[in-house]
Write a protein that binds this ligand. Sequence first.
Ligand code: PHE
Length: 342
Amino acid sequence: LRTTYLGRIAEAEDEATLEALRVEAVGKKGEVSLKMRELGKMSAEERQVMGPKLNALKDEINSALAAKKEALADSALDERLRAEWLDVTLPGRPRRTGTIHPVSQVTEEVTAIFADMGFAVAEGPQIDTDWYNFDALNIPSHHPARAEMDTFYMHRAEGDDRPPHVLRTHTSPVQIRHMEKHGAPCRIIAPGRVYRADYDQTHTPMFHQVEGLALDRDISMANLKWVLEEFFAAFFEVDGIKTRFRASHFPFTEPSAEVDIQCSWEGGQLKIGEGDGWLEVLGSGMVHPHVLRSGGVDPDEWQGFAFGMGIDRIAMLKYGIPDLRAFFDSDLRWLRHYGFRS
Ligand code: PHE
């Protein structure tokens, strides 16, 4: 019995065979166990001889099983180590990582520069009511500015009694939403997507603006000029960059100004911050009292400036990107070329 079992254990090649052997030999109904049960029927002398022998045999089989089990596990591990051998000195496979879109990059740059001047970021919905997009900004129903904006209107089913919604044509409605919620004083910028039905080399139906709004008791155009010049100097990395304020008109500011930055065109090469050329980059002005009132802010106590700037446009200028439409084509070669690595 002993030789058979020890022999078979030594030859076992896997754990399942070992387990079967354990059941067969020392399991409840195993051969050795059954023999031990028969001890009771033996004479005292026989029992004295056989008892210890059987016990010793059981122990021996159990430890043979345990030893073999460990040996099997060891060799399984050896086998894995051999099979899964890895050459850590091999060069890695190149992996294509994405890039940061110029619009995202520039939005972050703009946000960081204004944050340094104490401006927080505000947000508003891209689908807004025509009240926030127009009326609250002093653009009443039949004002020509509504037609000029090439507005996308949301379809309304018959019987829908919700107010008319539009894709916001500018980020200015965020001025109203922010004033309603937080009142004055305030210093915020609101970057985001805006929509107009227009398409050519410098216009896409969706583009990006950043709105600015600063309200306090004595904020003036001079503060606006300082903030914008500070911004352009930091953004275009040109100390003392010149700006030009041209009188203009927006229904939501009075007075209003369009702002140009200094540039030169030498040999077809555009340079920002030098020369005597001008590039228009934003609209601005002192917030109209009607607009303050729409936002629940008292124009007898508060005043301030607002501006709206095209993010895609300043991205094109800073990074020399010729065609606005390419921003939104999702062409991987373009994204790899103009995108930023984090
Ligand atoms: N909302 C204007 C536009 O989209 C820009 C602007 C914002 C002008 C704030 C003045 C004040 O053209």
